[in-house]
Ligand binder design. Sequence first.
Ligand SMILES: Nc1ncnc2c1ncn2[C@@H]1O[C@H](COP(=O)(O)OP(=O)(O)OP(=O)(O)O)[C@@H](O)[C@H]1O
Ligand SMILES: [Mg+2]
Length: 278
Amino acid sequence: MNDDIQPTPEGQAFKPGPIRPLGKVLAVTSGKGGVGKTFVSANLAAALAKRGQKVLVLDADLGLANLDVVLNLYPKITLHDVFTGKAKLEEAIVKAPGGFSVLLAGSGMVEYSRLTPNVREDFLRIIAGLLPHYDIVLLDTGAGISDVVLFAVSLASEVLVVATPEPTSLTDAYATIKVLVGEQQRRIIRMVINQTARMGDGRAITNQLQQVLDRFVVAKPGEKVRLIHMGDIPADPAVRLAVMRRQLMMTTMPGCPAALAISQLAGKIEDTLINTPQ
Ligand SMILES: Nc1ncnc2c1ncn2[C@@H]1O[C@H](COP(=O)(O)OP(=O)(O)OP(=O)(O)O)[C@@H](O)[C@H]1O
Ligand SMILES: [Mg+2]
């Protein structure tokens, strides 16, 4: 399955090669930090679970994982223990309040960012082993274009870039997309615009980004990079409230505007990614 992984000499920076699609694995990533990836991952997982999908969220923010805090989960066993042989994979999977499963990285995972070929193989093996048990696996990644983030994204067959309407978030989203096109040969990038002020803002922003890509980012002659606008999530005080209370917004405030938007996003993800044969 992983014939295209090139061994990297120890100590050298990991250069992710072409993507190795693994089925229904969706990386939730962003250029700028703090734009709402963890919030989207957790609540999207809950919304998909509500629709009857079997969902696993993997905390792939290997350096600064905080999915545990958002979900108020403090499992004793994490992916770190699986990697070090202290526990079995099944033991590290916990049930989250929203009816989905979670696999937390745990402290120490950042060591694995010195991504040797063995570690990368192990990661791929773990995700490949999980896939048959879930309809979709969401990877809540870190922000930016560091080796660790790009590695996490490279494990996914699809990418959802979260951006906010702020100019800094958009320029960073653009930089991320450019790298994903150049280094991972991505041709389709899904977008969600979070914290919008008005209906329709997100689509307009995605269209603007598409225009810039069309002008400045050439994939290969004759090939276009396509951004697919998956939805907008409005700025909503309920989001912060839920985080402060360490509750899942989707379950405790299902009628708030952000929760309704996430439900819509889940419907679109279900239609385009889960119910469509790969
Ligand atoms: N739609 C929204 N409306 C209001 N506030 C929001 C919204 N989305 C996110 N936030 C706020 O932004 C904060 C950061 O969100 P989150 O932790 O999900 O970002 P992140 O992209 O995962 O950050 P990091 O890059 O550090 O992993 C939330 O705790 C919340 O307060
Ligand atoms: Mg996060």
